[in-house]
Design a protein around this ligand. Structure first.
Ligand code: 13P
Length: 339
């Protein structure tokens, strides 16, 4: 394992003022998103939409890396430059989603286990040769009266650690993503409890399996009440509970935490991160973002209006969100800047 390379990449991904764009929606998810704005999904429309974002001017000041899906990593910009090469030329690190999706967990109704370990070593080796320097694997944890079960927590934690070990062996920084979903009517305390449990199990497995923590990143949910819960908490409470949970359950030698947005509104995702970084405490890790929807939702709506690969309105919508989140990295965002 090249610890020096892993630490360098991980630290670059959470360098000051910058965070990650998650553009690694699977073909199925991206097609649904395109259809939801009236665009016919195809390999070319997925490429065209993404190439438009990747061609925006200056986003590299707030975007350190982009997570791609396998299809996109193999596609090219309009001038024929392979997408990972074009990103690297801008100073943006290409990453790759390597899990093959969350499948039903046997004997556990309503719960999921993420698959993709078979052949992972070979795929990571190929992705590294194509220019990728980091990877992502997402475990999905749903909350309901009787779930998550211990089996769901332990199998997903085990798989996350196996994935992380293989990535590091192949020179890719693993983004470890145990996502506790916002769907449901649970309150924020229950979200805290479940998040603490999956974080504890995941890092216990990582340590058992020899994952080099300073060469990895964590992509967690924030501590938020379920979407259908009547007791929604304030932005300040979200920020405080999230920092408390992470401080108590994440190793302090991890270089960075890159949140997912998980269905929060664009502004909530920015405001929560901003509040965490405004706190009068020095956090042990960088607190940053790896947003998908919260960086792209408005850009996708704009792009659908023109549907071509030099859409300035879509690029501007993306640049605006990237800039706002870049400011939230240092607690310098304010609602007034949203315009
Ligand atoms: P969201 O920010 O839309 O949750 O996406 C991030 C992601 O990569 C989920 O795996």
């Amino acid at each position: 394992m090249d610890k020096e390379l892993l630490e360098k990449t991980a630290n670059e991904l959470v360098s000051p003022g910058r965070g990650i764009l998650a553009a690694d929606e699977s073909n199925g998810t991206m097609s649904n998103r395109l259809e939801s704005v009236g665009v016919e999904p195809s390999s070319e429309s997925r490429r065209s939409y993404r190439v438009n974002l990747f061609s925006a001017d200056g986003y590299q000041s707030s975007i350190s890396g982009v997570i791609l899906f396998d299809e996109t990593l193999r596609q090219s910009m309009d001038d024929g430059t392979p997408i990972p090469v074009a990103l690297s030329n801008k100073g943006v690190i290409p990453g790759i989603k390597v899990d093959t999706g969350a499948k039903d967990l046997a004997n556990h109704k309503g719960e999921k286990i993420t698959e993709g370990l078979d052949g992972l070593r070979e795929r990571c080796s190929e992705y590294f040769a194509m220019g990728a320097r980091f990877a992502k694997w997402r475990a999905v944890i749903k909350i309901d009266d009787e779930i998550p079960s211990d089996a769901c927590i332990s199998t997903n934690a085990h798989a996350l650690a196996r994935y992380a070990s293989i990535c590091q062996e192949q020179g890719l920084v693993p983004i470890i993503e145990p996502e506790v979903l916002m769907e449901g009517s649970h309150d924020a305390n229950r979200c805290f409890e479940v998040t603490a449990s999956i974080l504890d199990s995941t890092f216990e497995e990582c340590i058992k399996q020899g994952v080099h923590i300073p060469g990895a990143l964590l992509k967690p949910n924030m501590i938020i009440a379920g979407k259908d819960c009547e007791n929604q908490i304030s932005r300040e409470e979200v920020a405080n509970l999230t920092v408390k949970c992470l401080t108590e359950h994440v190793p302090h030698d991890l270089p960075g935490i890159v949140f997912l947005s998980g269905g929060q509104s664009d502004e909530d995702a920015t405001a929560h991160l901003d509040l965490m970084n405004k706190m009068d405490v020095e956090h042990p890790w960088q607190l940053s973002y790896s947003y998908g929807r919260a960086l792209q939702a408005s850009a996708l709506i704009e792009w659908a209006k023109s549907n071509d690969d030099s859409d300035t309105n879509s690029r501007n919508a993306f640049l605006h969100r990237a800039t706002m989140n870049g400011l939230a990295r240092t607690g310098s965002w304010s609602e007034k800047l949203e315009g």
